[in-house]
Design a protein around this ligand. Structure first.
Ligand SMILES: O=P(O)(O)OC[C@H]1O[C@](O)(COP(=O)(O)O)[C@@H](O)[C@@H]1O
Length: 447
């Protein structure tokens, strides 16, 4: 009996009744017909139980081919079928990044990681020497997981992470530069609110190969967002989502916990041109500049360009707030100088632009801002095109003064020599340089 089943499932031309008919009577023991089925059996050469098994097997077979046809693609299948034109090296790197994200996902959800979440290095207070918030041990473990995955891919020259003061040089042969926030929103970890990993991938700048390691590591990491080859985030929530863009569309994959694969669930995402949701920490309302206050007051009352009263959603976890905005439309913002250009803001701007939206610092397109410092911060506004244009028309929307939140702020004045040879000074950021020159002059002082 078992043999005939195997035959049926493995040979597309197999005829199940035929194979049953040729079985010796002993093999059909246990399939004896009930009395009510006896009449039907008399009219048929096959015993009724065998007929129903045949129908079942036929249905299962067509179900399987349907499932096979409709089975969502994994990231590798998607790339292999030409979903995005990436070379083998980038595909290999993505395998390693996926692996790291799966490890972080399981760590974040583990019942045994509570100490890692709760305890913070430095007792959880204060800023590191570069002005970054004190990391939690889970941030550091996530960073180690990423580092070891990138290292074993052998495809990455430099990794620049939120958790490291300076970029880490991995291998001279690495084709790529990875900028990454290994675990964004880790302040929420104790209460199981979603967290995420954000990353961007650049090509290594071959023209810098002759420079000393520290210098070339730094300059490779400070490429402008327009040069991103790919970007993505993993969101660790009720589902683990991996959202990616290779420069042609933005696509989200969901982790199938049964198979361990990320499968394509949101192909070619398009952010609605207008939403009805804004995401911002509005406890800071009284610190906001006039323009931003007026904008929020207006859309809350349904008095904006469209007569809709907007709703607020704020998770306080950038990846989750961004994911919500990407799907429903609207704007996610942090108007204060808080989020990091290189490894948070640029990758998300890349993703939103490739989904038809806009990323801005309130004045300028994010991707055209030339980074001058690895951990440089700036105001952030990402979202639907029409909502973004309406918001930016209020002009005064950046919260440059940050009263009560950041006493030990380290300030920096930056000067940069662009390709044009022009020396530009822009305070905390440099805009509109076509690409990074390694002539950057910084004056750092405490406020
Ligand atoms: O305190 P605010 O201004 O609401 O900032 C919250 C934002 O800070 C973040 O937690 C990032 O900061 P950390 O990297 O220090 O965790 C984001 O996930 C979140 O959107």
């Amino acid at each position: 009996m078992q043999l005939s089943f195997l035959f049926l499932f493995h040979s597309p031309n197999a005829s199940f009744p035929l194979s049953l008919r040729h079985l010796p009577p002993l093999a059909l023991r246990g399939f004896s017909p009930s009395i009510s089925r006896a009449t039907a059996a008399a009219a048929s050469p096959w015993p009724p139980r065998a007929r129903s098994l045949y129908r079942f097997a036929k249905a299962a077979k067509s179900e399987m081919s349907l499932l096979d046809r409709e089975r969502p693609q994994t990231v590798m299948e998607y790339l292999g079928k030409g979903g995005a034109s990436v070379g083998d090296d980038l595909a290999i790197l993505l395998v390693h990044i996926q692996y790291a994200c799966k490890r972080i996902a399981s760590l974040v959800a583990s019942p045994f990681r509570s100490d890692l979440g709760r305890l913070a290095a430095n007792g959880g207070v204060g800023l590191s020497s570069s002005g970054r918030d004190a990391p939690k041990p889970l941030d550091i473990v996530a960073n180690d997981i990423i580092l070891s995955s990138l290292r074993s891919s052998a495809k990455v020259a430099v990794m620049a992470s939120e958790e490291d003061e300076s970029p880490v040089w991995l291998t001279d042969d690495g084709e790529f530069v990875v900028v990454i926030d290994p675990l964004d929103g880790s302040r929420n970890i104790d209460v199981s609110i979603p967290t995420g990993t954000i990353f961007g991938i650049y090509n290594r700048l071959l023209e810098l190969d002759h420079l000393p390691v520290e210098e070339k590591a730094q300059l490779n990491s400070l490429q402008s967002g327009t040069r991103l080859v790919a970007a993505g985030y993993a969101m660790y929530s009720s589902a683990t989502i991996l959202c990616l863009s290779f420069g042609s569309g933005t696509h989200a994959f969901t982790l199938d916990n049964l198979t361990g694969d990320f499968v394509l669930t949101h192909p070619s995402m398009r952010i609605p041109p207008r939403g009805q949701i804004y995401s911002v920490n509005d406890a800071r309302y009284f610190d906001w500049p006039d323009g931003l206050r007026q904008y929020i007051d207006t859309i809350r009352q349904g008095k904006g360009q469209v007569p809709k009263k907007y709703s607020a959603r704020y998770i306080c976890s950038l990846v989750a707030d961004f994911h919500l905005t990407l799907i429903y439309g609207g704007i996610v913002m942090n108007p204060r100088d808080h989020l990091r250009l290189v490894y948070e803001v640029n990758p998300l701007s890349f993703l939103v632009e490739h989904a038809g939206g806009r990323g801005s610092d309130g004045k300028t397109r994010i991707l055209s801002i030339q980074p001058v410092q690895l951990h440089q911060r700036l105001p952030l506004f990402l979202g639907s095109l029409d909502d973004m244009h309406e918001l930016e028309s209020y002009e005064n929307i950046q919260l440059k003064v940050n009263p009560g939140y950041d006493n030990n702020r380290v300030c920096q004045q930056n000067f940069c020599a662009c390709d044009t040879g022009e020396l530009q000074y822009f305070g905390s950021a440099i805009y509109a340089c076509p690409w990074i020159s390694h002539m950057i002059f910084s004056v750092v002082y405490a406020e």
